[in-house]
Design a protein. Sequence first.
Length: 336
Amino acid sequence: MRFLITGTAGFIGYHLAMRLLADGHAVTGYDAVTDYYDVRLKQKRLDNLAKSQNFRFVKAYLEDKDALQRAADLAEPEVIVHLAAQAGVRHSIDFPKTYIDSNLIGSFNVLELARQLQPRHLLMASTSSVYGGNTDMPFTELHNTDGPLSLYAASKKAMEVMAHSYAHLFGTPTTIFRFFSIYGALGRPDLALFKFVKATLKGEPIDVYGHGNMERDFTYVEDLVEAIVRLIDVVPGEANRVTAPGVTDSLSAVAPHRIVNIGGGKPTQLMEFIRMMEEALGTKAVFNMMDLQPGDVPRTYSNAGLLKALTGYTPNTSVRDGVQVFVDWYREYYGE
């Protein structure tokens, strides 16, 4: 099939595009290649993608409607996967406007494009951060998400409901996935594991928020990609409404719109995560214990029942194995 993927210079967009190209699909990528983190890493991802004759790329911001249209003309997409976003909970406190520009205006432009093109399926990335301070766990797709704790989470929640209105009004089949703490090779330098490995190898202390008591439902990036690939063919509609015992489908009653958690359902305490990193590195970390940061939540825990019912799949890479893969990649990539 022909795909238009936003965010292909980014961590998840890159891995998804590589998988789809390997499977024989045509991919047109779209990314602004911003300097939120090391542009050289983003360029490395793009260089890898460019090795395929089935990959084409448009460099532009999501806010640029004309450029987005050019990408669509180039791609003639059957499926659109919207992954580009301004990410980061803490960054949203200091630079809120970038989240409005990218996550609201940019997502609006993607919705408008899908309204015009009417692809077979529109898939859009959200985040477990929308669950906010919810203490009812594990998180299921129909839990209340009206109390976001950061502008990042609020911007993603807004995207979800905008997408629902477009699915209702214009019939665009839309799946929203909520990601849970993604990690893996060629990951973002602002993510915890990347920062921990970098600092530990340099003998510098690592900032351990929440005094190490936080828990995250860590999801290995290749597991995430497998889930997305399987969901591509599960176009929201009554024909695939889930009625399995113990699983409540999030399929809207008034629109071809569904929300799906992508997580393994196995939270790991932050200190345990760090111990796994130390084992993989063969060295001890130095800790700088800190309070929980504004906008952070103490725990995330995915109910993966709907994903399993829809696709027959649940992320299954152990955190220990995933951390080892990341450490091996980091040492090879940076020569450490």
